[in-house]
Design a protein around this ligand. Structure first.
Ligand SMILES: N[C@@H](CCC(=O)N[C@@H](CS)C(=O)NCC(=O)O)C(=O)O
Length: 199
């Protein structure tokens, strides 16, 4: 999504989860975590989507795009980092805790505890969003891309209750309307099929 926004063409290699390509010796040599995504830029290799976004922005975006998507203002950037760390440390983990056992261990569906933990994370997101259009105000930043990606993926296993989570619901709908979000919507459809395949 970030590459799309800044007009950067990436050469994608789709990693085959089903054959555990992400745990293969060749892949783990590139990314010892054995996770997706991994970025290879010439002889430089990094993983972790949040780091990759910052790297691509710094190297390939215009100054205006950098300022728009990851503002240099101290407090704004600190807030964005707070949301990125919330995504990587809490929000995405709650999704992963539910979805990995379904996809890789044949578990039939989400546990009540797993779904309740996701709800708690959405309660935090509601507070972070407040009455703002996007996480840091009226403009979209990398924080919305990361958390939006996780929130959309949650749809494969969790129902986002618009009554309990009105702000998250409206914010996600706003993101889902954006042309760059289409790639994410396609991914969520695939995830839904995978998540429901062994029920
Ligand atoms: N915090 C990491 C998480 C990466 C991650 O867990 N990716 C998922 C796919 S979206 C994955 O590779 N899961 C397979 C696994 O953990 O075995 C990031 O943002 O890049």
């Amino acid at each position: 999504m970030l590459a799309d926004i800044i007009g950067l063409e990436l050469d994608f290699h789709e990693v085959d989860f089903a054959s555990l390509e992400h745990k293969s010796p060749e892949y783990v040599k590139l990314n010892p975590m054995g996770t997706i995504p991994t970025l290879k830029d010439g002889d430089f290799v990094i993983s972790e989507s949040h780091t990759i976004m910052q790297y691509l922005l710094t190297k390939y975006a215009t100054k205006e795009q950098q300022e728009e998507l990851y503002p240099s203002d101290l407090r704004t950037r600190a807030l964005i980092n707070q949301y990125l760390f919330f995504d990587t440390g809490i929000f995405f983990i709650r999704l992963k805790n539910v979805i990995l056992p379904i996809v890789f261990e044949g578990v039939k569906g989400p546990t009540e505890k797993g779904l309740a933990d996701i709800d708690v994370a959405f309660t935090t997101l509601e507070a972070y969003l407040g009455d703002k259009e996007y996480l840091v105000g009226d403009r979209l930043t990398v924080a919305d891309l990361s958390l939006g990606c996780t929130a959309a993926s949650m749809r494969s296993v969790h129902h986002l209750d618009p009554v309990k989570f009105p702000r998250s619901t409206k914010w996600l709908a706003r993101l889902e309307e954006k042309p760059f979000f289409k790639v994410m919507l396609n991914a969520v459809e695939i995830l839904k099929v995978i998540a429901n395949s062994n029920q």
